[in-house]
Design a protein around this ligand. Sequence first.
Ligand code: UT7
Length: 338
Amino acid sequence: MRHLLRRKARLCNPSMLARSQIVGCGAYLPERIVTNIELAARLDTSDEWIRQRTGIGERRIAANGELTSDLALRAAQRALADAGTSGSDVDLIVLATATPDNTFPATAAKVQAQLGMSHGAAFDVQAVCAGFIFALGIADNALRLGQARTALVIGAETFSRILDWEDRGTCVLFGDGAGALVLKAVPDPGSRGRGVLSTHLHSDGRQYDILYVDGGPSSTRHSGHLRMEGREVFRQAVQHLSEVVDEALAANGFNAADIDWLVPHQANSRIIDGVARKLGLSAGKIVSTIERHANTSAASIPLALATAVADGRIRPGHLVLLEALGGGLSWGASMLRW
Ligand code: UT7
């Protein structure tokens, strides 16, 4: 009872709110590499077309029997090791995926058990390619409000399982992978401004049909294949992402020049360049992994973060802006002080 009252007092007193600090980062890619050239051997496409139109050179494909939860677990373990902590410290898992192991329970529940975490909450978030931003926003809110102390935010996908491998317009674009962040609630004055500064989420359900999977338990009873009006998604992506990036900058009183790194969802290098051009951001400030990872949906941002942290580009104190758009349509941005 006393515990509940203490929590209530914390929720009612904004000066006692915490901030979510990023204390660990990790990623995992399946071993098998599929190059454009390999795809061109069995599909009416070419390495040149794929590179010029998307920036993609290769993608990873999960092995038979390797599930989204397997990728998520490996990424989570690496993020926990990076944070110097273990699953038993975690009291919240928010896992972004559009390719869960099963329709239910949540893939996060499987990861929770495999990490040896028996308390707290674990659930999935479904906002497709924008999923990681949505998951981060939800976890950040829970930490700020004292509902959890240590959160794992995971993006994990096996899109290879929902692709129509005869459709050259979509199957060349995606890959499998996972990435994770560990967030800890720290008292705001002690955080020196580091952590999640703000998250901005949007959806427009009127655009449901321009990027969707033509199956599901309630409609066709089979999982279906990804379908996309690529040109229209492209047009809306540049527009919405530019707007939400401006929204995130304005909310924090920053200009584009203040950003150290833009870490965008890796769907198409021309979308990334279009948003960067509107922002007036130089190519040297963009983390791009699309050439090697392709579009891994909810995993693309944490995979790119882990890459840039591991190679020393993103360092403590850097201002990092994340942005993504996916099916729904759903899109968002998050401003971080690393
Ligand atoms: O992550 C979720 C959000 N998703 C996105 O942001 C994806 C957004 N859209 C895109 O990235 C691009 O629209 C695509 C990469 C999907 C397509 O590029 P595009 O420049 O918009 O090409 P298009 O769809 O307009 O197709 C141009 C031509 C067509 O041929 P015709 O009709 O001009 O003769 C396509 O049939 O390219 C053809 N084409 C291909 N050719 C070779 C489409 N896919 C391929 C292919 N190889 N794989």
